[in-house]
Design a protein around this ligand. Structure first.
Ligand SMILES: [Zn+2]
Length: 305
């Protein structure tokens, strides 16, 4: 039994409005066919299909203010209602109060304690590590939880040797922004295939995609559409190579943003909980209604508690 957690930063379930919502405009034939012709919007949830289910879950957690990344991601990794305990949403990077929750008790640390294997499949460039080492950059919640669990982040060498994936799936960023003209490039579908193969090494795999939140803050409709269409092709390659009887792919987010480009801020929208896998494997997630329910359902599925 294995789980792949696909984390897409800043995607909520929005209105069926093509003016503001790239999920309406983007062509996503793979996902739409699985959702019985529906788009990934508020009006499509809940949906229960043969191999996929979609539910809308609440990232606000009863706390005023717009949900933020550090607390939202920390909730997803621990199951604790951290914003309620602290009295605020916080982000993008964790402050010391949020960081305390990420030392032990995360899905990553529980996987290690259960003597199972976990990984964050993103490859990080040298300048990321330089920033961390010099103190100029703080870990965001996900790499902080990972490294606190004693699991190393993957490097450019892991990417070149085929053990990790590019944060943009295709590797174009390594060429365009990171100065690696020889970095491997993947067509989106091939990146999905690659992802399916990498996941076979682990009980719990995590992949973090952050550009969606960025496109939301930039209110960049063409870029948002391009991201979604790339992601749909990734999904095609991933699902074609997925063992539905022995694994669940879980896709969710920390807060809304990209689904409403009329604002550059995060939104209070519910976020999608998309599950790919056989019905009996998805049962553990039936009662998830907000971000706090995700980690317990993963822990139960992987028998980590
Ligand atoms: Zn953001």
């Amino acid at each position: 039994m294995r789980i792949l957690f696909l984390f897409l930063d800043g995607i909520g379930l929005g209105d069926d409005n093509p003016e503001t919502n790239p999920f309406i405009r983007a062509e996503m034939p793979q996902l739409e066919s699985l959702l019985g012709g529906r788009k990934l919007t508020k009006s499509s949830a809940p949906y229960e299909g043969e191999r996929v289910s979609l539910r809308a879950i609440d990232p606000n957690l009863g706390v005023k203010g717009l949900p933020q990344s550090a607390t939202g991601q920390a909730v997803l990794l621990t199951g604790s209602n951290i914003p309620a305990e602290l009295g605020y949403h916080y982000g993008p990077k964790p402050n010391p109060e949020v960081a305390k929750y990420l030392n032990g008790g995360t899905i990553f640390s529980k996987t290690v304690q259960a003597r199972k294997k976990a990984a964050l499949l993103n490859a990080y460039p040298p300048r990321y590590f330089d920033g961390i080492d010099s103190g100029k950059r703080l870990y965001s919640s996900i790499p902080l939880a990972l490294t606190n669990a004693g699991i190393p982040l993957f490097t450019h060498e892991d990417y070149f040797s085929g053990h990790a994936l590019s944060a943009d799936f295709t590797g174009e960023g390594w060429h365009e922004f990171l100065g690696f003209p020889n970095a491997p490039l993947f067509e989106p579908e091939a990146a999905g295939e690659k992802l399916a193969h990498l996941v076979k090494e682990y009980d719990f795999s995590f992949f973090e995609y952050w550009a969606s939140d960025y496109a939301g803050h930039k209110q960049d409709m063409p870029w948002a559409i391009r991201q979604l269409e790339t992601f749909d092709s990734v999904l095609k390659g991933l699902l074609a190579n997925w063992d539905f009887e022995n694994g669940v792919i879980l896709l969710t987010s920390d807060h809304g943003n990209m689904e409403d480009l009329s604002t550059r801020k995060h939104t209070a929208a519910h976020v999608p909980l998309l599950l790919f896998g056989d019905k009996k494997l998805r049962n553990a997630f039936d009662h998830v209604i907000d971000l706090t329910g995700v980690a317990p359902a993963i822990n139960q599925t992987l028998q980590l508690d």
